[in-house]
Design a protein. Structure first.
Length: 147
């Protein structure tokens, strides 16, 4: 019974994908999962998966597995975005605390912060995903050494 379940899960995850396509799906899912917006990564993964015919199970699994990392990187993305793009209102260091206890004027400040964080994500994460994809391809193309 366990072998059947394991085989079934392996079939669902690979669903006929070659290792290269699976690697691309994992890299794309990881990059999208790190996007510093709390409301949209699931929908974005679904849309990208549908558009590029990626394996939705793998894509969403990577998205959900990386969720704790996304939470940990939100503030660093806000800070990097504020340094790279200094225009707009300055973001206070305690932006998240102030946002939850502030008034309606914080919406504008959070919108600027989110815009800067997404810009910082655009500068860093796609390049990192591309490098990880190339590294994965090198591993896949590696020929086993004769024993």
């Amino acid at each position: 019974m366990i072998q059947f379940a394991t085989r079934r899960l392996k079939n669902i995850l690979s669903s006929g994908l070659a290792p290269r396509a699976l690697l691309a799906t994992i890299c794309i899912g990881g990059a999208l999962a790190l996007l510093p917006i709390m409301w949209g990564t699931t929908l974005l993964c679904a849309a990208v998966g549908h558009r590029f015919r990626l394996n939705h199970v793998v894509l969403q699994s990577v998205n959900y597995l990386i969720y704790p990392v996304q939470l940990a990187l939100i503030i660093p993305y806000y800070r990097l975005g504020a340094r790279l793009f200094p225009w707009g209102p300055p973001l206070p260091a305690e932006i998240m605390t102030v946002a939850f206890h502030g008034d309606g004027s914080m919406v504008k400040l959070l919108a600027w912060g989110t815009l800067k964080a997404v810009a910082a994500w655009l500068v860093t994460t796609p390049l990192l995903a591309l490098l990880l994809h190339q590294f994965g391809l090198m591993i896949l193309n590696r020929k086993p050494s004769p024993a």
